[in-house]
Every structure is written in C-alpha cells, then in structure tokens.
Design a protein around this ligand. Structure first.
Ligand code: SF4
Length: 233
C-alpha cells in the first residue's frame, strides 16, 4: 500500500480498548471552548508529503488537540510551537495549525507519532505503545526511499522509534543511546542500496517545556534547521 492507504486504514484501528474509550469520551465531554466542534475521535494519522525527507515523531495526539481536529500537532499549544518554528525555518507554509482544512503544507517534513490515539493524562501504557508500533514500522518503510533524518520529540518518541528503526533493518547501537536535546545518532544503511539516516533528540514541544523556557523558540529552530539541512532540505 502507499502512505495514503496506510493513513486511511489506520483511522479505522480499534486495537487498544482503553484508548478507543478515551478518544470517544473526550469527544463526548468536550471542552467548553470547543463545544461546537465535531471531534475526530479516531486514530490520528501522520501528516505531510509521502516523499518527506525529515520525520518528526511526537508522543500521541492530545484529547482536545489532534483528537478534535483530526490532524497531528493541530489545535493545541504543542502544535502552535512546532508549526511556528517550522514556518520560521521555511518548512511550513504558514505559522499556525488550527484545523485540518486550514491549508497548512509541510515542505519535505512529515509529522507522526508512536501512538496514534489520545491517551488519558497524555500517557500511553507500554502495551499500547507496542500495539501501535506496527503502524510506525510500516510508515517508515514507505518513507524509506526519501527520509534522511528522524527527529524524536521527547524521550517517549526517542525510545519508541529506536525499536522501529531496528525492525526496519537499521543497526541500532547497543546499549541503546540515551535521549537528550541535541543528541544525534547515525544509523548506517539498512541494505546495500540504502542511505544513512540520522536520529535527533529534541525536547518535546509541550507547554511544560516551551512555557518554562526549557525549550526556547531559538533552540527549537536551531535543531530543526540542523536536522533539515542534514536531510537535504
Ligand atoms: Fe490502533 Fe494505535 Fe489507536 Fe491503538 S493507539 S487503537 S494500535 S491506532
């Protein structure tokens, strides 16, 4: 299948009972500010071109963010911070991301996450991460011809993506490299025709980091620019 068919198939997944219940519960309760919204309330697929050279791996959609709008990093503060930075460095067509029909285009970049449904307290269980892993394995396989850098946003994304890269035939160093902001791990080609891939660590764009200054806009821009340059963007 191509990436579009994969995304379409993903939106029908019901493999995690707790998350199926939560994504629907959030849509039922809603936040007062969003009471006129019809929530997406399904798995949120990755977003960006099928020939992306850089993949950004977050954690999971937010109950009233991606789970409401149906697009990753759309309609919440994490998305605001990330898309503003991508726009600043020339990788997004506009600085805001509010609705899946708002016209946002990503240039050479795709968003995805290791867990595609909103979890309670924004914390998926290890079992849910395992259950969702095959979706990311397939997505990376389809992106393999073009993707050159993967940016893991936060330790969860970092830990989730290493086994996915190993499943795709990449030699992941042992012991597994630790997450840090600015960490970079180069993974050799998976086969004779393959290209090397670099994994970068970046603090997550959650308000817990962006509002406290742990991740400043300049730090985020610098890291995105470095990873994009390495990807040939
Ligand atoms: Fe399916 Fe992933 Fe959602 Fe679980 S988290 S129901 S595996 S899409």
């Amino acid at each position: 299948p191509d990436l579009h068919s994969l995304d379409t198939a993903l939106t029908a997944c019901r493999a995690c009972p707790r998350l199926v219940a939560w994504r629907q519960e959030a849509a039922h309760v809603k936040r007062p500010a969003f009471r006129d919204w019809e929530y997406w309330a399904r798995p949120v697929p990755g977003y960006g071109p099928a020939d992306a050279r850089m993949l950004l791996v977050g954690l999971a959609p937010a109950a009233h963010g991606g789970n409401r709008t149906g697009r990753m990093f759309t309609g919440d503060r994490s998305g605001d911070a990330l898309v503003a930075a991508l726009h600043d460095v020339g990788l997004a067509s506009q600085p805001t991301s509010t609705h899946r029909d708002d016209g946002l285009e990503l240039h050479g970049v795709r968003f995805t996450s290791p867990v595609h449904c909103a979890p309670p307290a924004h914390k998926p269980t290890p079992a849910e991460r395992e259950t969702c892993r095959p979706w990311l394995v397939r997505e990376l396989e389809l992106l393999r011809p073009t993707v050159r850098t993967v940016v893991a946003l936060g330790a969860f994304g970092w830990q989730a993506v290493l086994p996915v890269l190993a499943a795709g035939g990449r030699q992941v160093p042992r012991p597994r490299p630790a997450f840090a902001h600015g960490a970079r791990v180069e993974l050799p080609p998976a086969g004779p025709d393959g290209a090397p891939l670099a994994l970068y660590g970046c603090y997550h764009v959650t308000p817990r980091n962006t509002f406290t200054g742990r991740l400043s806009p300049a730090m985020l821009r610098d890291l995105l620019r470095t990873a994009a340059r390495e990807a040939g963007l």
